[in-house]
Design a protein around this ligand. Structure first.
Ligand code: AMP
Ligand code: TRP
Length: 328
């Protein structure tokens, strides 16, 4: 039997934090054996915000290193850059005109969050249209399953709706994808404010641990993380969001269950728990960075070139069919 296909993407925006790693990258690794896997670095998505000043080319290389360090294996999976395959943009335009409606996009919470409080003069049309480009990414390759963090669920729903609408109007063309959300760890919260998700746009660098933070800094940030005064290491997201978040991170980094970690620290307070987690985090960062730095820029470029070469025929084939259907 043929393997089902997964597709996922991450923007090449600066460095990732452990929330991105635990919520997205790390969950892709075991999927590579079960699925035919395609991982995309979505640089066209990255230009939807007007304030990206750093070189995207470098960010793409850095991101690819992160994928590889996380355990994405180019022998098993296809890794490529979105802008290398022009069909993503072609399909976006077609979906824009044929399937997507203003009201769909006006309802997208990520857009509303990003646009919130901004003057419309400062919001690109691309940011508004971002979800359609994402739908095109997914639909172009007859994707079965899309592994993402919880915040992307609404975008996957839109991709499904657009595919269904197109199929209804023009006959069976696109496969209807489903989202795969990892439950635990799907949302890593800010270390300084565990009621909101960990995010690089938070005010303080103590909110996140970047994958390229030094092991010492990473450990310090854990030691500083917000907790509560109860001193019981127990998962209770509503009443103890800080400790619950640290427990989740601990469990994911060590592959121990939360229950086992709770047992391990029963009656021991937060001091020991945090000290151990700080060490675990430092070891993780040091190991991750060693792996990332083992790849040269030339290695990465070759991996991406070969990924794009493999995927190009699929995209061409699909666009040809789509154009035929709509009479182009
Ligand atoms: P972003 O750069 O925010 O678009 O996120 C890239 C990927 O990381 C997406 O799949 C997100 O769902 C995931 N992600 C972002 N922030 C977090 C977080 N705090 N916890 C878990 N996953 C996250
Ligand atoms: N929008 C996604 C994010 O912010 C990234 C993305 C772009 C994506 N295209 C995709 C994820 C296709 C999955 C499938 O995380």
């Amino acid at each position: 039997m043929n393997k089902k296909r997964i597709f996922s993407g991450v923007q090449p925006t600066g460095n990732l934090h452990i929330g991105n790693y635990l919520g997205a990258l790390s969950q892709w690794v075991p999927l590579q054996d079960e699925y035919e896997s395609i991982f995309c670095i979505v640089d066209y998505h990255a230009i939807t915000s007007l304030n990206k000043k750093n070189s995207l080319k470098n960010s793409v290389i850095e991101m690819a290193k992160n994928y590889l360090a996380a355990g994405i294996n180019p022998k098993k999976s296809i890794i490529f850059t979105q802008s290398a395959i022009k069909e993503h943009v072609e399909l976006t335009w077609i979906l824009n005109c044929v399937s997507a409606r203003m009201s769909d996009l006006e309802n997208m919470t990520q857009y509303k969050d990003k646009a919130d409080g901004k003057n419309k003069e400062n919001i690109s049309v691309g940011l508004f249209d971002y979800p359609v480009l994402m739908a095109a990414d997914i639909l172009l390759y007859d994707t079965d399953v899309v592994p993402v963090g919880h915040d992307q669920l609404q975008h996957i729903e839109l991709a499904r709706d657009l595919a269904k609408r197109f199929n209804y109007q023009y006959g069976e063309t696109f496969k209807i994808p489903t989202a795969l959300i990892r439950k635990q760890g799907a949302r890593i919260m800010g270390l300084d404010d565990p009621t909101k998700k960990m995010s690089k746009s938070a005010a303080s660098a103590n909110n996140w641990i970047a994958l390229n933070d030094s092991p010492e800094i990473g450990a310090k940030k854990i030691m500083k993380a917000a907790t509560d005064s109860e001193a019981i290491v127990k998962l209770d997201v509503d009443k103890k969001p800080g400790i619950s978040n640290l427990l989740t991170i601990y469990s994911l980094l060590t592959a121990k269950t939360v229950k086992d970690v709770e047992k391990q620290y029963a009656g021991r307070g937060y001091g020991d728990f945090k000290k151990d987690l700080a060490q675990i985090t430092a070891d993780f960062l040091s190991d991750f960075q060693k792996k990332a730095n083992a790849f040269s820029e030339t290695d990465i470029k070759e991996i991406m070139r070969s990924g794009a070469e493999k995927i190009k025929p699929l995209a061409e084939e699909k666009i040809k069919r789509v154009k035929l259907k709509i009479g182009l």
